[in-house]
Write a protein that binds this ligand. Sequence first.
Ligand code: C2E
Ligand code: CA
Ligand code: CA
Length: 760
Amino acid sequence: MEKIYMALLFLMIVPMLICIKYARKIKSDVASSIVKCLIFAIVTILSNGLFVVSQSITFSYFMQALYLFSFDMLFIYVLQYAQQYTQVFNEVSPFRTGCFLVAYLDGLQLVLNVFFHNVFTLKTVHYMGLQMYQVDTETAFYYVHYAFVYCLMFCIIASFTIKIIHIPYFYRKKYFPILVVTCVIVIINFMCSALQFPIDMSLPFLVCAAILICYLTLYRSPSELIDKTLSIVVTEMNNAVICFDINDECVYANERALNIFRTASSSESMLSEYVHGWMKEHDIADRDSFEWSEQKNIDNETYYFDIEYRKLFDKKNEYIGFFLNLIDNTEKHSAFEKERYLATHDSLTGLYNKNYFSVKAAEILKANPDEEWLLLSSNIKDFKLINDLLGLEKGNEVLKMEADLLKEQCGKGIVYGRTGGDKFAVCIPKARFSEQKFMNAVRTMGQAFNNDLYHLHIYIGVYEITDRNEDISVMCDKANLAIKTLNENYDKSIAYYNDTILNNTIEEKQLVGDFDNALAEKQFCMYLQPQTTSEGKVLGAEALVRWQHPKRGLIFPGDFIEVFEKTGLIYRLDKFVWELAVQKLAEWQKNGRDDLYISVNISTKDFYYMDVYKTITNLVEKYEIIPSTLKLEITETALMTGTADEFERIERFRKYGFQVEIDDFGSGYSSFNTLKDMDVDVLKIDMGFLRTTKPERVEKSMSIINTIIALTRTLGLSVVTEGVETKEQVDKLTQMGCGVYQGYYFSKPIPVSQFEETYM
Ligand code: C2E
Ligand code: CA
Ligand code: CA
């Protein structure tokens, strides 16, 4: 019987030891409290067991004392565990210290009891044929011990109860079993001690409690929580998850997966068919994992998926199935597409932007090496004027119109785009380009837009692609260079690029590069062309610049003025020439020739870059010349776009004493308008147009000049006729009433020294 009892004891202790082994692996406060509980539980069980089988009364006293003391300790640690696990009564350290103090005092009493029986006495009893000891009489200390233990038990039960009341249902399973076992232990223990039964029948429940505590506290709940979380995530997530078993049968597919593969017929079969198709297509059966992208139409919408395939293995590394994870990238994909569209297309017209046009044009050239290709570029005349005069809205409308025209004219196999501002470009096979058709379309568009304020005029530059390896942007530049040769012309709209154009451009660039040096080395010089009466008496001269270039010889202004105007260098040149003229006037005036004047040219661009008034008056003051001997020639075009501001400027010059002349009068188209608004002193009539028009038109032109001369008389202005080459012209103009002449008939522009020798 004793042996059976000892075997039972042993059976109870083994699970406790196993629990200790597992709990010690976990490093946490709760785990370490559990380990302490388990140790004292073992001591409790052992001491009670030995008490039961002991035949010596002293040993029995000793074991009962140990049993009662370890019970104290056990419940102190269970309480500590309960507090940590339920977090209901956060540990109060004075309370804890107090508990230990009571337990130690109790222990001391119990040890003393072995000798003085101050807590309890034992008596011999017989149960089931066994002689054992049983508590006989109890003192107040004995009751204090039990009161203390039940207090602890009460606290433990209270913390679990409070926790269970406050926690969601899902978590109650974590606490409820422990509460139940604790209650059972308390009840049985109470009954045993009340009946003074030597064997503590609650001890087997202590073992149950130990196992439950370890399992619920340390193992069970996290994994369940994780399972729950995962299952929710997988069921409801945007990814489609499909799981297949070892026979390639679908065993699980979440909602999303079913939706994706759902058709009017059956959902499951479609899904398996698809997956088996993919497996064959990507040959994935032999791989452990694989990733690819797939596009699929669902309800007429295209979806983009990144698909991940992964084989599953068990603990022994044996194949048990596989799963597919379909990540829906449709949104990302469309965002990417949108971004790509924005990066490659012009937002206003929807055409390719400059960079993408280059890419696409290069592609098409490469793909069609046997065909001949053209690169066209377009430019709208005075586009800025549309924006300024009619507003940005109208400007955008024009650009959209042109884009529509391109879409209409260019079919498949032609690349076109907006390469910037008002510039468009087209890369087209030579065989498909018809100048006639294209220009007609451009003209029709122009007519559709024209209004009183603005006439739409589009220039086209054509570059025949000879070197396909050239950068597309260089090809565009070449087409644009061709446009520049049109020189803002109104009657010609298309120009073809040739190498001369490039050479001219290079030459222009060289001139610009040489400018600084030329100015510093005084390579620019002033020529004078006399202005005379009809009899040839010299009244003054026009200052005309020449460039004595060290390599290229004498260069005429026609070759460089425009370039310097474009590049903003002109003001420095003009300032230089004005100074030469003023210096010469000062010299003449010192020598008593204050009857001669010099006319200097003022470029429109000069007004952009400097204070012309200040510059010129400074020169006059520096060299102390008579202001009326310096005449200022301003071209008609400069005044045409003039604002009230500019008219005022002219007025200031006149007030200072300068004579202001309108140069090239009659070559622009609002000459008479200008006269209405502005007071000037001299009109210079340009005879250039006599030479360019057909002979039968000469009569007509002469009558226009006649009218102009008559008009100047009415307005009280003087007239200078420029470009007279024959006596006949002089005679005719004299009859008309012109007084002053400048032209080859009298003299070409000549160096100053020659002028002085001849005329002074
Ligand atoms: P412009 O001011 O109209 O100057 C008159 C041009 O007509 C001069 O050409 C002159 O040589 C030319 N000319 C004069 N009489 C006759 C003639 O009977 N027959 C022909 N065929 N031509 C005649 P040039 O000197 O080559 O100057 C060309 C243009 O360059 C000038 O036209 C003027 O606009 C500009 N220019 C010249 N010097 C300067 C300057 O110092 N500053 C600025 N801003 N422009 C200048
Ligand atoms: Ca002039
Ligand atoms: Ca002129």
